[in-house]
Design a protein around this ligand. Structure first.
Ligand SMILES: Cc1cc2nc3c(=O)[nH]c(=O)nc-3n(C[C@H](O)[C@H](O)[C@H](O)COP(=O)(O)OP(=O)(O)OC[C@H]3O[C@@H](n4cnc5c(N)ncnc54)[C@H](O)[C@@H]3O)c2cc1C
Length: 385
């Protein structure tokens, strides 16, 4: 297991304390009111959480990906929505760090590190998210601007973000299609509307929205890295950290479910004993803990692969696939352990159960992760590193 430095351990324990002290006492109320957690987000900004993936000189407290994953897990243990609020933001941070021009880095990264500028990424369209190459949003050059037309859907944090990494076609006739895709760093303006907030099963409090672009003009300097036709490749790299983040959200939700189930199983009695002493319940708890530990190890494996600088889409895909499926099973089992109370909105386990499936779908579905994993298995078999 990767060991964190003493400083990083402090970062993780600070976030753990924040979650226990500030988040857990209020989360049920915010969740059921579907209320944007303004105050908690402000506290996350003050803790430096939005800058954890941004290195000096643009940021102050860049941490290893292992530390970042553990911070994400802590936040999601308190409320998955809080971890989601910095998910897309982190992908955009890494896109800028790895591919941005110096001007783009200086314009955005210092403000993103403090959370004053929040960012999101817009890939998915109403006609499809998995088949990104068939996207319809276009950006046509006109003088020193691009003119953008199209729509995006499910874009999380869209209302609270002032920067959007927009995946679009700058060369609609390119064959193969991915060679005609670019990323524009867009700020809101005439022709760019956040048109609708989508109703959701879980992931409450933060907005996931439909975006419309109708003759929206953005300067050519908003092209990520100043290079057209690199967007698909750039975004696939960005999604490596995105998928590690989603996997960590899954372990956070699963950990909360396991911890609640363990506590409940010691307090609840039936047939004169705490219920964990019934073998069926004990076995459930043992299986939940084993799946969680395996998921956490896969996340650490992916995080250290990412930090090694090597291509890590396979490792990130494995972590996201396994951790999200484990979280779905663990949260359902936590409901079983709680019996009827597991179905009550006065307990937290029903929230974990509603939040867990997002990690199966988000940042590329698990079916797509399997496609990524097998194609990398084949590629690495034919040309090993
Ligand atoms: C709450 C929420 C927040 C989100 N936030 C964002 C965001 O901030 N930014 C963003 O860009 N997107 C976001 N998304 C979108 C998400 O990434 C997509 O929903 C996801 O990628 C799947 O795309 P889709 O919904 O169009 O499903 P489809 O692509 O239509 O897939 C439907 C089904 O077909 C399967 N399938 C499709 N193609 C294949 C294939 N080749 N092989 C095997 N199976 C296949 C899929 O796995 C799935 O089971 C969010 C989604 C949700 C629900």
């Amino acid at each position: 297991m990767t060991i964190l430095s003493a400083e990083e351990e402090t970062v993780v324990s600070t976030v753990r304390d924040f979650v226990d002290r500030e988040v857990r006492p209020v989360v049920r109320g915010l969740e059921h009111a579907n209320e944007y957690p303004e105050q908690l987000i402000e506290q996350m900004k003050a803790l430096g959480i939005f800058g954890l993936a941004i290195p000096e000189p643009y940021g102050e407290v860049k941490v290893s990906t292992t530390c970042f994953a553990r911070v994400t897990e802590e936040l999601a243990r308190g409320w998955m929505s809080l971890a989601g609020a910095m998910g897309g933001h982190t992908v955009v941070s890494r896109l800028l760090v790895e591919f941005g021009t110096e001007e783009q880095k200086q314009r955005y990264l210092p403000h993103m590190a403090t959370g004053d500028v929040r960012a999101t990424m817009a890939l998915t369209e109403p006609d499809g998210g998995s088949d990104l190459q068939s996207m319809r949003t276009t950006a046509r050059k006109d003088g020193d601007h691009y003119v953008v037309n199209g729509s995006k859907i499910w874009i999380t944090n869209a209302r609270h973000s002032s920067l959007v990494a927009l995946l679009c076609r700058t060369d609609p006739s390119a064959d193969p299609a991915h060679r005609g895709i670019s990323i524009l760093l867009v700020e809101k303006g005439p022709g760019f509307t956040v048109s609708r907030d989508l109703p959701k099963l879980g992931y409450k409090g933060v907005e996931s929205c439909e975006l419309s672009f109708d003759g929206f003009r953005t300067p050519q300097s908003s092209l990520l890295g100043g290079r057209e036709r690199q967007g698909f490749k750039q975004m696939m790299k960005g999604l490596e950290i995105g998928r590690i983040q989603v996997a960590s959200r899954a372990t956070g939700v699963a950990r909360a479910a396991l911890e609640d189930a363990l506590l409940y199983a010691t307090q609840r009695q039936s047939f004169g004993v705490p219920i964990w002493k019934h073998q069926s319940v004990g076995n459930l708890l043992a299986d939940m803990a084993t799946k969680l530990a395996a998921a956490q190890q896969l996340v650490l494996h992916a995080a250290s692969a990412y930090d090694s600088g090597k291509r890590s889409d396979m490792e990130a895909g494995m972590a996201k696939l396994f951790a999200s499926e484990a979280a779905a099973q663990i949260t359902l089992d936590a409901i079983r352990v709680h019996g009827g109370y597991g179905y009550s909105t006065e307990y937290d386990v029903e929230r974990y159960f509603r939040d867990a499936p997002l990690m199966i779908v988000g940042e590329g579905t698990n079916e797509i992760q399997r496609n990524v994993i097998v194609s990398q298995l084949m590629a690495r078999m034919t040309s090993p590193a």
